[in-house]
Design a protein around this ligand. Structure first.
Ligand code: NAP
Length: 460
């Protein structure tokens, strides 16, 4: 049995708000064994029953919305309004999963298209892979867990879930909800502990059929190496960019860009980090953008009108403050923010940046946005695309030809027209290219990643 516990703190007050058992190697082994043992019965549970469990879980999450939002706001430091929005999205992700459970199907194959197939009937079906290891980050402690657990259970897999060590309480609450909604024992196991041990034991366990990971590119890369011959889905980072053309509706674009840069203290994989604004509107845009940034309410995330809470840790603040200082040394100017206090970093706007600065070319994952003036739309597209990452991008324009140039030109998982990189709803395909990842989530697409195709040929 495990005896050690992990204390979880409120990221704004520092107060201990809960604790969870820390898994040791035996506990991880027991969790995988339980998931493996539970798999045959769950995978043979009729789809409508799996769907019922997921619908009930969605209803219970909805009924407990405020309790869940409070847990998210405190353990992740997420401003209340965004914590509520996440709790509501989690409900929707479970409803999508419940619906998807009923429509997992294959196709017939016209076998006689080949002479060798004459006289045969063929069809393929999707079958669950087995035990899925779900490893999740701190920034959406409910919805990014829901994006793995919901589709995995819908498809008939069992799951061992390892949430981020900074935010395990929401995941524990979700597991409790699913148990209460009739999920059989063993089908969803929770293990909490450091990624370097608990995460690694899971990834390297040969009984795990699939690793579904959301987190940083460097950890993702090490997991792909360690996992060996397993299916993997990698949802990784981005230094997301958005372009604003002079024909855009600035009244809509400016507040949306401010929100996209600073919601959840910029700790969103599709947070707006590089904002390219046409030179003819740059001055006006910048003045209005900086004024809107200065008006944000920064502080205690539990206050109902808070816009920006703390970052996840003081060490993360220190990393970003160093990046801002480096950028300033190399000629960047701070137009707003830049100051920090403990784990709070003021929403920060930079200009006069260069593409080679860390705040531009690395994922900043903090409330920091860089404003860049451009003259030529195609050059702006090229600059935006000149990145190791390729998750999502935004383009504000009412010129259809320019919108399509962007759609064709940008090598990324999603292009948002008249919006920023941050737009996402939970049933659309979502994921990145290059260092942003492998595979796609979004319930139906996650189900595809968590199933194998089985071909059946019948000789008549
Ligand atoms: P992280 O440090 O990579 O951690 C993510 C998860 O991986 C945590 O549960 C962590 O455990 C675990 N882990 C760490 N090392 C591991 C290892 N060697 N083997 C197995 N697991 C390991 O990421 P984070 O700081 O929590 O999240 C921020 C990153 O996530 C950003 O890069 C962001 O862009 C990305 N993200 C991507 C998406 C997307 O959908 N594309 C969505 C959200 C976030 P511990 O907590 O114990 O370290």
């Amino acid at each position: 049995m495990t005896h050690q516990h992990l204390e979880v703190r409120d990221k704004f007050t520092g107060e201990v708000i809960g604790s969870v058992p820390l898994a040791d190697r035996d506990a991880v082994d027991r969790a995988v064994t339980a998931a493996k043992d539970a798999f045959p019965a769950w995978s043979h549970t009729p789809a409508h029953r799996r769907s019922d469990v997921l619908f009930r879980a969605a209803d219970m999450l909805e009924a407990r919305r405020d309790e869940i939002a409070t847990t998210i706001a405190r353990e992740a430091g997420k401003a209340w309004k965004y914590a509520v929005a996440e709790a509501e999205r989690g409900v929707e992700t479970f409803r999508f999963s419940a619906e998807e459970a009923k429509r997992i199907h294959g196709e017939t194959v016209p076998m006689d298209a080949s002479a060798a197939g004459e006289g045969r009937w063929g069809f393929w079906v999707r079958v669950p892979v087995g035990v899925v290891a779900a490893i999740t980050p701190f920034n959406f402690p409910l919805n990014l867990v829901a994006h793995k657990v919901g589709p995995a259970l819908a498809a008939g897999n069992s799951v061992v879930l390892k949430p981020a060590s900074t935010t395990p309480l929401t995941a524990a609450l979700l597991c409790d909800v699913l148990r209460q909604c009739g999920l059989p024992p063993g089908v969803l196991e929770l293990v909490v502990g450091p990624g370097s041990t608990v995460g690694d034991w899971l990834v390297t366990d040969r009984r795990v059929a699939k690793v579904s990971f959301t987190g940083s590119p460097s950890v993702g890369e090490s997991i792909v190496r360690a996992a060996g011959l397993k299916k993997v889905t990698m949802e990784l980072g981005n230094n997301s960019g958005t372009i604003v053309e002079p024909d855009a509706d600035l009244t809509a674009a400016i507040p949306r860009c401010v929100m996209s840069a600073f919601a959840n203290s910029g700790q969103v994989c599709i947070s707006l980090q590089r904002l390219y604004v046409h030179a003819s509107i740059f001055e006006d845009f910048t003045r209005r953008f900086v004024a809107a940034t200065a008006a944000l309410k920064v502080g205690n995330p539990m206050e109902r009108d808070c816009d920006v809470g703390p970052m996840i840790s003081q060490s993360e603040v220190a990393r970003v403050v160093a990046w801002i200082a480096e950028a300033e040394q190399d000629g960047a100017r701070v137009l707003a923010g830049g100051r920090s206090d403990g784990s709070m970093l003021q929403p920060t706007v930079l200009c006069d940046v260069a593409a080679s600065m860390n705040v531009m070319c690395q994922e900043v994952f903090a409330p920091v946005v860089c404003l860049v003036s451009y003259d030529d739309f195609d050059a702006a597209l090229a600059a935006l695309d000149d990145s190791e990452y390729g998750l999502q991008a935004g383009v504000w324009t009412n010129d259809l030809r320019k919108a399509f140039r962007a759609i064709e030109r940008l090598d990324c998982g999603g292009v948002m027209v008249n919006d920023t990189s941050i737009f996402r709803v939970d049933h659309m395909p979502y994921g990145g290219n290059r260092r942003s990842g492998l595979g796609r989530e979004g319930v139906r697409f996650a189900v595809e990643e968590m199933t194998n195709i089985k071909m059946v040929v019948i000789r008549a």
